[in-house]
Design a protein around this ligand. Structure first.
Ligand code: NDP
Length: 448
């Protein structure tokens, strides 16, 4: 293709130029845009209406100061973000991340991915993401509460049950959502579904905590079924030991698999008899300690320093559930060499572009994050529906709907990959299926 007339390359260049020093966003944008080549050929109206130039530019970006005091009275200043990326399909929706690595590029890549992920769920949700470079690790509950209150003191101006509904992500779980909800209520006098992932006593949905991990396993199960395979009797490794990783372990185990390894940002625990889930839950959800502590409770559990070592462990199925770019080319080669048959991403963009190439070339089942981890936001959508109706559904009802949504996402992603002549390439399938609905809605809503 003549580079001068290459619309896709032109838009990638705009993304690079306009978002200087934000490599994670460049990576996410380039992947989606490259997948859309055949779509643009078939639909010249998208180029004529500058849909791609519009979709890579957030509708609104908010950055703000978050001052707070620690327990000794010292003052700290963090930076908060909310990037409202695209509202073609509904109110903005997407999590909030508290992690020292957070800056505009991370929030932008996550918000961009969220547009297509939310579209895939079939629910009415636009894409957004927020967060702060605050590190909740090692902070007392009071410090976390004061930070969350200060964060909400600014954020409340931009969100609302029909405008923008944030949720959790790395470093933001039930505790943080509760503190932010309390402050929202105090500032606005309103009690409505402004955040998802709330406690069950005040509007949270059953199965939301489990949803991303369960959903990832449901998606993987569909990929495996197509190869006449299942989780039963398989060996699984799961990176991370947070919300997504824990419930991926729970569901994979329920389906008859054995999870032999998990990790945190320091290292890996390995147990050939299976990692004890109750111990992991207690250490991570209650005590908020390091994963290494698991090896002090079980003599068969070994601790290995260095988180990337998890990909050297032999397994049938790998579920990266920690963070972006945690699985590189070397890790991907190791997995394929050791006979891994499926990779489903619980985390957002955990595989580097080089790792993704290895998976696609090898022909193993590969489920990209924006499809495989969409169960979390889908169940947040179900929480919003329950809040609007002032009703609570049972765990079984929500789980059944989640399961069906994941089956439907797999079908639509697989079908889009086939329709655009790259059968089995679920990266293309997810990007195309997610994009088509958003693009059609943007066209119908005019130049806004
Ligand atoms: P949590 O904060 O609950 O857990 C994150 C886990 O990942 C922690 O165990 C953390 O360890 C670990 N971790 C971080 N960096 C690394 C690394 N380099 N190698 C190994 N482990 C690491 O976050 P979530 O479980 O909620 O989120 C995990 C991923 O899933 C993120 O990419 C998130 O965007 C994505 N996601 C989450 C959804 C949700 O509903 N929560 C929905 C969709 C996607 P440590 O304690 O050392 O930092």
């Amino acid at each position: 293709m003549n580079k001068k007339n290459d619309y896709i390359q032109k838009v990638i260049d705009i993304a690079l130029k306009r978002n200087h020093g934000e490599p994670e966003f460049h990576q996410a944008a380039a992947e989606v845009l490259e997948s859309l080549r055949p779509v643009i050929e078939k639909h010249p109206e998208f180029e004529k209406n500058a849909i791609l130039e519009r979709i890579i530019e957030p509708e609104r970006q908010i950055a703000f100061r978050v001052p707070w005091q620690d327990d000794s009275g010292r003052i700290h200043i963090n930076r908060g973000f909310r990037i409202q990326f695209n509202s073609a399909l509904g109110p903005y929706k997407g999590g909030i991340r508290f992690h020292p690595s957070v800056y505009s590029g991370i929030i932008k890549f996550l918000g961009f991915e969220q547009i297509f992920k939310n579209s895939l769920t079939g629910l009415m949700m636009g894409g957004a993401k927020g967060g702060s470079d605050f590190d909740p690790k090692g902070k007392s509950d009071s410090e976390v509460m004061r930070f969350c209150q200060s964060f909400m003191n600014e954020l409340y101006r931009y969100i609302g049950a029909d405008t923008d509904v944030p949720a959790g992500d790395i470093g933001v779980g039930g505790r943080e959502v509760g503190y932010m909800f309390g402050q929202w209520k105090k500032l606005t006098k309103l009690f409505n579904g402004i955040l998802t992932g709330k406690g069950l006593d005040f509007g949270g949905s059953l199965a939301r905590t489990e949803a991303t991990g369960y959903g990832c396993v449901y998606f993987c199960e569909e990929m495996l079924k197509d190869r006449k395979e299942s989780f039963a009797g398989k060996t699984v490794v799961i990176s991370g030991s947070g919300n997504v990783a824990i419930y991926a372990h729970e569901k994979a185990t329920q389906l008859g698999a054995k999870v032999v390894a998990m990790s945190d940002s320091n290292g890996v625990i390995y147990d050939k008899h299976g990692v004890n889930l109750e111990t992991v839950k207690c250490i991570k959800e209650v005590e908020r300690k390091r994963i290494k502590v698991c090896s002090e409770h079980h003599s068969t559990t070994k601790y290995i320093e260095g988180c990337s070592n998890i990909w050297n462990i032999e397994c049938d199925i790998a579920l990266p559930c920690a963070t972006q770019n945690e699985l590189d080319e070397k890790g991907a080669k190791e997995l394929v060499k050791n006979g891994c048959i499926a990779v489903a991403e619980g985390a957002n963009m955990p595989s580097t572009p080089e790792a993704v190439k290895i998976f696609l070339k090898s022909g193993i089942c590969y489920g990209p994050g924006k499809a495989a981890n969409a169960g979390g936001v889908a169940t947040s959508g179900l929480e919003m529906a329950q809040n609007s109706q002032r009703l609570s559904w049972t765990f079984e009802e929500v789980d059944k709907k989640l399961h069906q949504i994941m089956v439907d996402i797999y079908k639509s992603v697989k079908q889009a990959a086939e329709e655009y002549k790259t059968p089995g390439n679920l990266v293309n399938g997810a990007n195309i299926a997610g994009f088509m609905k958003v693009a059609r809605a943007m066209m119908a809503q005019g130049l806004v």
